[in-house]
Design a protein around this ligand. Structure first.
Ligand SMILES: [Zn+2]
Length: 299
């Protein structure tokens, strides 16, 4: 009986070896995780990092919705991996908290409001900003890096291309130039800036992966997170602003590269298929309002 079991186990191992090999070969050269063997992060929390009203939706949907106002959510995410904490995006600056005039990245176009601070939301689960080991930012627009200064001792992870871009000479689009100047101011000079190149496995176990998705800005990135019960979740950054734009490949006029934006949306679509992943869209208020909020979490 014992012998038969051993033989059976041996047969199963041998039979499946070529399949495992083929799967890792297919993934060779990519820093994206193996969908079958990826490690897991323990918890994923959503933080309310602001909300905004823009007076002309057509900036995000060129040719349509001219002069119509639109509301966006701003979202940060907190990930627990072992004993470490990683914050994804840093939201609208806390200085805007409860200010009825709001805060803006482009005053003629959009005004942000902050109802709850990042610090208060971290405190809800017993954390201080100094407990956050790493802050990874999708890109350098002010509503995503507004609170980087709260984390002076954390490693700040961003794409090298993004960092070079905000430190490059102005281009033809004034709005984009304004956003770059604000980015330099908000980012400051982090003590522990970690510039990365392309897709990057943060913990070396496939649980949390920075995914290069340029187009919105030159060094824009998204985040792939693997959880035990929820499976794979992709946090969009601004690779897309709404489910409608994603369905119809619509590229906002503020994006720095239209073709790259479309290619990045396609990369996300392929990843959603490969990893059976859900996509959480940072600024899609309609979707965001349906998602769990700290202290609730995904696991
Ligand atoms: Zn943006």
């Amino acid at each position: 009986m014992l012998r038969r079991t051993k033989v059976a186990v041996w047969f199963v191992l041998v039979a499946f070896l070529p399949i495992i090999d083929a799967a890792s070969d297919a993934n060779a050269g990519s820093k994206l995780p193996d969908p079958v063997n990826a490690g897991i992060a323990e918890k994923l929390f959503r933080l309310d990092c602001g909300r905004s009203v823009a007076n002309d939706e057509s900036v995000w949907t060129p040719g349509e919705n001219v002069g119509r106002s639109i509301e966006f959510s701003s979202t940060c995410w907190l990930i627990k991996h072992g004993s470490e904490w990683l914050l994804w995006d840093a939201g609208v600056p806390e200085a805007a908290h409860n200010d009825p005039r709001g805060w803006s990245t482009l005053p003629k176009l959009i005004v942000y409001h902050l109802d709850r601070t990042l610090t208060d939301q971290l405190a809800e689960i017993g954390l201080k900003p100094s407990d956050i080991t790493r802050v990874a930012i999708s890109h350098t627009h002010g509503d995503h890096i507004g609170n980087v200064a709260l984390f002076p001792n954390s490693a700040i992870l961003m794409q090298r291309t993004e960092y070079s871009w905000i430190n490059s000479p102005n281009g033809p689009n004034d709005n984009v130039n304004q956003l770059m100047a604000l980015a330099r101011e908000l980012l400051g000079t982090p003590k522990n800036l970690q510039l990365i190149d392309g897709d990057t496995d943060v913990y070396g176990d496939g649980s949390v992966t920075l995914v290069s998705t340029p187009g919105h800005t030159p060094g824009h990135q998204s985040l792939l997170v693997h959880l035990k019960n929820s499976g794979f979740i992709i946090l969009s950054g601004d690779v897309v602003h709404s489910e409608e734009n994603f369905e119809e490949n619509i590229v906002p006029s503020l994006n720095t590269d239209k073709a790259a934006s479309i290619a990045s949306m396609e990369k996300i679509r392929q990843m959603m298929a490969t990893y059976k992943a859900k996509l959480f869209i940072n600024h899609d208020k309609k979707q965001t309002d349906t998602l769990k909020l700290i202290p609730a979490f995904y696991d």
